[in-house]
Ligand binder design. Sequence first.
Ligand code: SF4
Ligand code: SF4
Ligand code: FES
Length: 283
Amino acid sequence: MAENTKTAPEAKPAEKVTPPASSNHRTLQVSILRYNPADSESVPHLQTYQVSETDSMTLYILLNELRDTQDPSLQFDFVCRAGICGSCAMLVNGKPALACRTLTRDLPDHFTLAPLPGFELIGDLSVNTGKWMRGMSERIQAWCHVNEEQINFNKIEKPMDPKLAEDIYLLDRCVECGCCVASCGNFRMRPDFVGAVAINKISRFRLDPRDHRNDADYYEVMGTESGVFGCMTLLACHDFCPKDLPLKTQIAFIRRKMAEQGITGKEKRTLKRVVPLRELKLD
Ligand code: SF4
Ligand code: SF4
Ligand code: FES
């Protein structure tokens, strides 16, 4: 357990002192799962620190304070501090959340932090979600498939209907944080499951008129047990998505479209647009 190195403040001279915004700040006990896989001597263990809570403190602020004042060896990730980059996801009392969007005032006096399960552990709270997301994106080909014959750089781009642009944007807000994957029981049982993040992306490209893939093409990646038919619809992904993406609606929609395609075979695969699938590599 790390020592709290704070000493009693010296008596101030009788001059103007700004009162603290709130006088009922707590001393938080934070238990963090520590483990460094790069160090052969390292053993997974919980380490408890004490931190003085401040006004509007987020877990991001708390962890930086901890690293600055108590333990520079603590590993965790962050970039944007604003819920945009998706890199600070971790388990907070066992539930996936973004550290920069979690206020300590919403947590009890004593809580635990652990790395997201299911991803390669870099150390302590830091996991390699980027590697997994890249594998998933390559597997489902998460980019706009435009017919090459139709590309004409001299042609003026057609404006998109604002309502459609908004619908696409709604699904495009995914920050690839991994909370949906980490909370997915099915993913824990079958690591080749594409996850709600991939189903949402397929839904996004399916909406996009610039993408010429059809349901037969999407069936190649989604119409299997490792695709949407493997989903057990318990919807933890929906509950824990920090960007409030409508995952339950997208899962239901893609499942219906893939079932329709599987039963009727109404679309024909556009072979030139389908790249051979690769297995999802987790290590
Ligand atoms: S769908 Fe939500 S939980 Fe899943 S990666 Fe995207 S933002 Fe994170
Ligand atoms: S609803 Fe499907 S994708 Fe979401 S957590 Fe459950 S099994 Fe995973
Ligand atoms: S630091 Fe970017 S989402 Fe939290």
